[in-house]
Design a protein around this ligand. Sequence first.
Ligand SMILES: Nc1ncnc2c1ncn2[C@@H]1O[C@H](COP(=O)(O)OP(=O)(O)OP(=O)(O)O)[C@@H](O)[C@H]1O
Ligand SMILES: [Mg+2]
Length: 257
Amino acid sequence: MALLELKNMTKRFGGLTAVDSLNLKVEKNQIYGIIGPNGAGKTTAFNCITGIHPPEEGAVLWKGKEITGAPPHKVAAMGIVRTFQTIRLFSEMSVAENVMSGRHFQSSQRWWHGICHTPGSLRDEKENWLKVKEALAFFKIDDLAAEPVGSLAYGIQRKVEMARALVSEPELLILDEPAAGLNDSETMELVETIYSIRDQGVTILLIEHNMDLVMTLTDYITVINFGKPIAEGIPEAMQSDPMVIEAYLGSEDDDDE
Ligand SMILES: Nc1ncnc2c1ncn2[C@@H]1O[C@H](COP(=O)(O)OP(=O)(O)OP(=O)(O)O)[C@@H](O)[C@H]1O
Ligand SMILES: [Mg+2]
């Protein structure tokens, strides 16, 4: 059984069909890529999976069970966690506080236990800080823990966002253009990071315009254009597929976002 399956998933905005009968199956422990030109419907597909824009038609299945239209907090609690194409962090808050905000799905305690400092809430708090410390060390940003996020370089903010997603201990990590805005050495570091996350047992679904990165990193790719899947296969096959070259790789020069 696939970890995540989309069956004929369709999302419309007025007269525009942004995602058009999308089918895909992400297997456990895969690194799965979605590629396609600007406006193809990639982010909208992620928004449908994560409950931001429920699809009008079709189904989202998580471990074989239908979760179509489940709200974002429920989807996250099930183990599906994402990052955004445009960084969404609390810029006034510190790196550690931002990463900690990813832990709130995990807490077994009610909020009033935290206020009253019950033994359970103290145990949770300790466990939360431990997870945050681990994540900061993993991304080699522990020395920046107290810095306000807004003052940090873009590449660091991307790491903070991934760290926040990881501390919620997802089974599926969804990354929307994780290399956008990164320089070459940061991109190479990202490749290692993603491999290492996968080696910890986390499945990865990502959108990316950087073709070198996609071809190196992914096990399997779906190509979409105008909301429709036009091809799927292993990276080597996609690189030489004439439909893909015409729809996307041929117009790579336009995609500099
Ligand atoms: N909230 C929305 N309301 C109306 N139209 C939307 C909305 N979100 C996306 N769209 C439209 O849906 C289409 C798909 O957009 P989407 O952002 O999913 O593309 P994308 O493949 O992620 O593109 P990019 O590579 O530029 O990020 C576009 O035509 C876009 O304008
Ligand atoms: Mg997008």
